[in-house]
Write a protein that binds this ligand. Structure first.
Ligand SMILES: [Zn+2]
Length: 752
C-alpha cells in the first residue's frame, strides 16, 4: 500500500463505522441539513408563486420588438432596458463593456455566369403574417460572420454537408474541390467546420444552403403556414473557428478591453481565408440544377425536385463578398445579489440577449425566463429572504458572433472567477417539449433532484419523468430500454460548445450546466428574420408556459447552489461517466485495429476494384499503418484512485448529514475549485485555449462534444505517440482531482 491507499483505507474504516447513522430524510436536497432543507423548500414554493407566464411573454415581446444584433441601436436599447429592470428589482447592476472585431457586409454578390445566368436574391422577404419581418432597414443582411473578403469565379461543385466523410467519398471518386467553389448544405455538424474543410481542401470559396430535406417542406408546412423554413429563409451564423478559441479573434485568451493589445487580423488563427455565404434553397436550386458530372450517392440527396449532381461545373459562379471590419462595443449586463453569509462565493447564471435579427426564440425565450427568475429572486430579497452566497445574473452580448461577451468577461475576470465562482448555469433558446441538460457530471445529481421537483406544464408529471419516458420509449433496443427503466435518473450530457458555458467550463474549470426545453417546437426560423414574436407565440412556446418551467428549473439550481450547507457536487457521477469514456476509447482502438486489418486485406485481394462498376472512375482507399497497442494503464490506475475517493466521499457526506464540518468554508472552496484540477496546464494539443481534460468541442464537430478530447482526437487522427502523451496528461489531472476530493474528505473525517 502506498501512502495514498492507506489514507483511503483509513477513511473507509471511519466511514463504515459512521455510515449506519446516515440519515436519508431530506435526501432530495443533497448538501442541506434537514432543518435547512425545510427552509429551502418553503423558499422555493414562495419563489414559484412569483413567476408569471404573462410577464415572460411580455418580456419576449419587448426584447424582440426590433432587430438587436451586436453593435446595433436595438442591442443598446435592450441592454439599457435590462439594466434598468435589474436595478428596479433590487440588484446591484452594471454594464461591463468590451470592444470586439465585428464584420458586417458591404458587398454580397452571388451569380451564375455560364452557361446559365442567374443572380441570387440573397433576401428574405417580409410577410404580412409576421409583423417584425418588415423592419428591413434595421436587419443584418444574410451572411456568415467572419467570412473572409473575396472575389472569386470558378466551377461550382457539390460536396453534400462538407464534412470529413464527404471529402473521403469525393477522394474515392477521384474528384477534387481544389480551385473550385464548393456548395454544401447545412446540417451534420456546426456550420464553421464546412468552410474550414473547403479551405483545407483547396477550394476558393464556399456556399452553404438550407436544403428543404433538413428544415423545410420535406419536414412539414413552411412558414407562415407552419414553422419550417420557406424557400427564402436563410440561416445566418458565425464561422469563426471556435474549436481553436471563441471570443474576439484578435484577443485570444485575454479580455478585449479598450486598450488591450490586438492581433493583426491576418494573424488571427480562427479566421477563415476564403469567402463563405449562406443562402436559401430558392437561390440554391438554379445553381444545383445546372451541375453535371456524376450523380451523387444516395445519402447526399436533398429534397429538391432535381437530380443532384456533384459537378464540378459546367456551371461557373461568381462570389464577391466585402465586409466592414469594425471594432464595436460588447455590452454585458451583470446584476449582483449579494450573499448574506458567503458574499465571496458566486453562483453565476447567464443567457445571452443579442440576436442575429429579432431573435424571439434565440435567445430571448431564455433571456426572458432568466429575467423572470431575477425578478422573483429580487422580490424575495426585498422580503428579507436572501441567498447565503452571492448570485450573479449575466445578460451576455455578442454570443452569436462567437460567445464574445461571455468569453471576454471570463478571460478578463479569470483570476477572481477561479477563486470565487461556485458554478455557472446557462440557458439559451427555449421551447415546448422535453427537459434537457448538459453539464459537468459532478452536477448530475443536483440536476436530477431539481428536475424531479418541477412539473411539466403539458402532462402534469415531473420534467424528469417526462424526459425519462421519452428516453425509454425512443431507445434503440429492448435491452437499452430495460437498462433505462432500471435507472431512476437521467444522464446529464457532456458539454461541447455553442453557447456561453464554454469559457467557464473549458477554459476556467468552473463546473457548468446548460438547461432548456424543446423537441415539440420545430425550428425553421433559426437565425432568420422569421425568428419573431409572431412565430414564437404560434409555434415555439405559446403563452410562455415552458418559459415558466425553465425559470423554475434554473432558479432552483441557482438557489440550491447558493444556499446548500455543503455544495452538492457528486464525484461518483463524474467517475462513472469518465470511466465510460475510458472504456469507449479502448473499444475504439480495438475497432480501428480490426478495420485497418480488413481494409488492408481487401486491398491486397483487389476486392475494392472488383466490387465497383468497371466503367466508372473509382479510387480505392489507401492502405493504412497498423494500429499499435497503446498503454492505458496510467489512466486506469488514476481511475482506481478516483473511484475510491469518490465513493468514500459520498459515504462520508451521507454519514455527516446533519453535522457541520470543521471548516465549512474551506470545505466548500475545495469542492467548487475541484473542477479546476481537471484542467491541463498546457491545454489541448494545437488548441491550448481549451484546457479541460474531460470536455471540449470536437475539432471536426464544432458544437458536438469530444470527451477525453486530447486522447480521443489523437486516436481518431492516428497520432499514437500524442495519444500516449495525452493519456499521461489526463491521468495527471485525474490524480490531482482525486487528491482534492481527499482533502475535502479529510475536513469531514477529522471533525468526526
Ligand atoms: Zn443563442
Amino acid at each position: 500500500m502506498n501512502k495514498y491507499t492507506i489514507k483511503v483505507f483509513l477513511i473507509f474504516l471511519v466511514t463504515v463505522l459512521f455510515s449506519f447513522s446516515a440519515n436519508n430524510e431530506g435526501k432530495d436536497y443533497t448538501g442541506f441539513s434537514d432543518a435547512n432543507a425545510a427552509v429551502q423548500k418553503k423558499w422555493e414554493a414562495g419563489y414559484d408563486s412569483l413567476l408569471q407566464a404573462p410577464d415572460i411573454d411580455n418580456m419576449v415581446k419587448i426584447l424582440s420588438a426590433h432587430p438587436h444584433h451586436l453593435g446595433s441601436v436595438g442591442d443598446k436599447n435592450n441592454v439599457e432596458f435590462i439594466l434598468q429592470k435589474y436595478r428596479e428589482w433590487g440588484f446591484d447592476a452594471r454594464i461591463d463593456t468590451f470592444y470586439a472585431l465585428f464584420p458586417t457586409p458591404k458587398t454580397r454578390l452571388l451569380e451564375a455566369v455560364s452557361p446559365i445566368k442567374y443572380k441570387a436574391a440573397l433576401q428574405e422577404p417580409s410577410l404580412k403574417e409576421d409583423h417584425t419581418s418588415s423592419q428591413t432597414s434595421e436587419q443584418l443582411p444574410t451572411y456568415n460572420c467572419y467570412s473572409a473578403d473575396g472575389d472569386v469565379t470558378a466551377d461550382l461543385i457539390y460536396a453534400n454537408q462538407g464534412l470529413p466523410q464527404d471529402y473521403e467519398e469525393l477522394d474515392k471518386m477521384g474528384i477534387s474541390v481544389k480551385g473550385k467553389i464548393v456548395i454544401v448544405r447545412y446540417g451534420g455538424s456546426w456550420r464553421g467546420i464546412k468552410p474550414r474543410l473547403a479551405q483545407e481542401h483547396g477550394a476558393l470559396g464556399c456556399i452553404i444552403y438550407s436544403d428543404p430535406k433538413d428544415d423545410g417542406f420535406y419536414q412539414g408546412d413552411t412558414y407562415p403556414k407552419g414553422s419550417f423554413k420557406s424557400e427564402y429563409g436563410v440561416q445566418r451564423g458565425s464561422v469563426e473557428d471556435i474549436t481553436l478559441y471563441p471570443g474576439d479573434p484578435l484577443t485570444p485568451g485575454y479580455g478585449d478591453t479598450k486598450n488591450a493589445k490586438r492581433l493583426d487580423r491576418k494573424d488571427a488563427k480562427n479566421l477563415l481565408k476564403i469567402p463563405v455565404l449562406p443562402i436559401g434553397w430558392h437561390d440554391a436550386k438554379p445553381l444545383l440544377e445546372a451541375l453535371a458530372g456524376p450523380v451523387v450517392p444516395d445519402n447526399w440527396k436533398g429534397a429538391l425536385p432535381i437530380t443532384y449532381h456533384i459537378g464540378a461545373g459546367p456551371l461557373k459562379v461568381h462570389l464577391k463578398l466585402e465586409f466592414n471590419w469594425n471594432i464595436v462595443p460588447v455590452y454585458d449586463v451583470i446584476a449582483v445579489l449579494k450573499g448574506s453569509e458567503d458574499p465571496d462565493e458566486w453562483v453565476l447564471r447567464g443567457n445571452h440577449q443579442d440576436a442575429w435579427v429579432n431573435g424571439a426564440n434565440d435567445p430571448i425565450s431564455g433571456q426572458a425566463a432568466m429575467l423572470e427568475e431575477a425578478k422573483a429572486m429580487g422580490e424575495l430579497a426585498k422580503r428579507g429572504i436572501r441567498p447565503k452566497r452571492t448570485i450573479m445574473y449575466c445578460s451576455w452580448d455578442g454570443e452569436e458572433e462567437g460567445l464574445l461577451g461571455s468569453t471576454e468577461w471570463a478571460e478578463t475576470n479569470a483570476v477572481e472567477l477561479q477563486k470565487k465562482a461556485v458554478a455557472y448555469i446557462n440557458s439559451d433558446d427555449n421551447g415546448r417539449g422535453f427537459f434537457y441538460a448538459g453539464s459537468s457530471q459532478t452536477l448530475q445529481t443536483l440536476i436530477n433532484e431539481v428536475a424531479g421537483d418541477v412539473t411539466d406544464p403539458e402532462t402534469g408529471i415531473s420534467i424528469l419523468e417526462r424526459r425519462r419516458a421519452s428516453d425509454i420509449t425512443n431507445a434503440s433496443s429492448a435491452t437499452e430500454q430495460k437498462e433505462l427503466l432500471s435507472q431512476p435518473y437521467i444522464k446529464s450530457e457532456p458539454l461541447g460548445s455553442g453557447s456561453d458555458f464554454s469559457s467557464f467550463l473549458q477554459h476556467l474549470g468552473i463546473a457548468s450546466m446548460n438547461l432548456g426545453f424543446g423537441g415539440e417546437d420545430p425550428d425553421g426560423g433559426y437565425h432568420s428574420i422569421y425568428d419573431s414574436y409572431d412565430m414564437y407565440e404560434r409555434f415555439k412556446d405559446p403563452h410562455s408556459t415552458y418559459g415558466v418551467a425553465l425559470a423554475k428549473t434554473a432558479g432552483r439550481m441557482t438557489m440550491r447552489l447558493a444556499n446548500a450547507d455543503i455544495l452538492p457536487f457528486n464525484f461518483k457521477d463524474m467517475y462513472t461517466s469518465v470511466n465510460d469514456y475510458v472504456k469507449e476509447l479502448q473499444k475504439k482502438m480495438d475497432e480501428m485495429r480490426t478495420s485497418t486489418e480488413v481494409t488492408n486485406e481487401l486491398l491486397n485481394n483487389n476486392y475494392y476494384i472488383y466490387s465497383q462498376d468497371p466503367t466508372k472512375t473509382y479510387i480505392p482507399p489507401v492502405p493504412k499503418d497498423s494500429v499499435p497497442f497503446i498503454d492505458f494503464s496510467p489512466l486506469q490506475n488514476a481511475m482506481i484512485g478516483f473511484e475510491g475517493a469518490a465513493e468514500v466521499y459520498n459515504r462520508v457526506i451521507a454519514s455527516n448529514h446533519n453535522t457541520a464540518p470543521s471548516s465549512v468554508e474551506q470545505l466548500n472552496m475545495l469542492l467548487y475549485q475541484s473542477e479546476q484540477k481537471l484542467l491541463l496546464p498546457e491545454g489541448l494539443p494545437k488548441r491550448p485555449w481549451y484546457k479541460h481534460a474531460i470536455y471540449a468541442p470536437g475539432y471536426y464537430t464544432g458544437y458536438g462534444v469530444k470527451t477525453l478530447p486530447g486522447i480521443r482526437e489523437a486516436i481518431e487522427g492516428r497520432r499514437w505517440q500524442e495519444a500516449q502523451q495525452q493519456i499521461a496528461e489526463a491521468a495527471k489531472a485525474i490524480n490531482s482531482y482525486t487528491e482534492q476530493i481527499n482533502s475535502a474528505m479529510s475536513l469531514l473525517v477529522l471533525h468526526k
